[in-house]
Unconditional design. Structure first.
Ligand code: NAD
Length: 317
């Protein structure tokens, strides 16, 4: 059975598919030649990331040939999912593959911003030689994470993974999620030992009041969960990390709170207006920023390929 990985596939995923008798083609076919290529080469599985679009017209053209559309990553915006499923085509994404990558980025931002690394990294090349002592003074009021409270809004895959790492830091973890009463997270150590923690969720208002840092991991689209009134309920000097979706934190309210000193820092991997975030956000002296790279690690790429391969083998193997 033929697989066309039009936006690529990791070597691990490729190997797994070929070991199960699939033929994997990683040649990139232009969007306007895709339908003909799928029919001519009897492609049963089309794997895409965000570049290749799978719209109704293409789905109609390959009906009867294509059996499976795999999306490496989470978002399915580039695929007419319901239309494909109505035609009997399986559509599968890989939501779990990047969980650890996002969770580690959260902790990187958290550790970095509490020690002003985002600012020190900018200033050291410019002034480190001339003003070393002044810079040392500027960045000498950092804080430790141990003993602080991390509030996690949204306790699904990524929220639970963040909790594991934060517990390892010695942080207290409080969580809010309307769909979950409690969850057990299991910390696995290098020597095979593990430790289970049962964490009960709590109302958003008490999480806002208790947390030194708040991180958002809410699924699905929707209106902002943290705006002016939620920020007012937070501790003075608290910080926010958003790696979930632009729009989950009201950017204007966030910038006002950073300017006024109500909040000390914010870390953002996702923005209101991607790929052209607001200049005020980019230029703020209180923000630790990354260009939506939460899922972007080599390990996640590997896992995406393997996760897709597992689904294909299960459904078509
Ligand atoms: P998930 O579906 O496993 O968990 C989401 C959780 O949010 C669920 O438990 C749900 O009950 C909870 N939730 C929904 N509404 C809520 C609310 N109002 N308050 C509190 N909790 C609420 O999803 P996940 O895999 O953990 O992903 C979380 C987010 O991370 C998603 O928005 C996803 O798009 C984003 N993400 C970002 C990157 C990146 O590159 N930065 C990568 C992967 C995922």
């Amino acid at each position: 059975m033929k697989v066309l990985a039009n936006d690529g596939i990791s070597p691990a995923g490729n190997e797994k598919l070929e070991a199960h008798g699939f033929t994997v083609d990683t040649e990139k076919v232009a969007q306007d030649q895709l339908a003909q290529h799928i029919k001519d080469h009897q492609v049963a599985v089309l794997l895409v990331r965000s570049a290749t679009k799978v719209r109704q017209e293409l789905i109609d053209a390959v009906e009867g040939t294509l059996k499976f559309i795999g999306r490496g990553g989470v978002g399915l915006d580039n695929i007419d999912v319901d239309y494909a499923r109505d035609k009997g085509i399986i559509v599968q994404n890989t939501p779990a593959a990047s969980t650890r990558s996002v969770a580690e980025l959260v902790m990187a931002h958290l550790s970095g911003m509490t020690r002003y690394l985002y600012a020190a990294n900018q200033q050291m090349p410019l002034e480190g030689e001339q003003k070393f002592k002044e810079l040392k003074k500027s960045y000498s009021a950092g804080t430790e994470l141990q003993g602080k409270t991390l509030g996690i809004i949204g306790f699904g895959r990524i929220g639970q993974e963040v909790a594991k790492i934060a517990l390892g830091y010695g942080m207290q973890v409080v969580v809010s999620d309307p769909q979950i009463d409690k969850a057990t997270v299991s910390l696995a150590f290098f020597d095979g030992r593990s430790l289970d923690f049962e964490i009960a969720t709590q109302p958003m208002d008490s999480l806002l009041a208790e947390s030194d840092f708040i991180t958002l991991h809410v699924g699905g689209a929707g209106k902002a969960l943290v705006g002016k009134s939620e920020i007012e309920k937070m501790k003075d000097g608290a910080a926010i990390i958003n790696t979930s979706r632009g729009g989950m934190v009201e950017e204007e309210a966030l910038m006002d709170a950073l300017d006024s000193g109500k909040l000390s820092h914010a870390a953002l991997d996702v923005f209101d207006n991607e790929p052209t975030p607001a200049m005020k956000v980019l230029m703020s002296p209180h923000t630790s920023l990354s260009p939506h790279i939460g899922a972007a690690t080599l390990e996640a790429q590997d896992r995406i390929g393997v996760e897709l391969a597992d689904h294909i083998i299960e459904k078509l193997g």
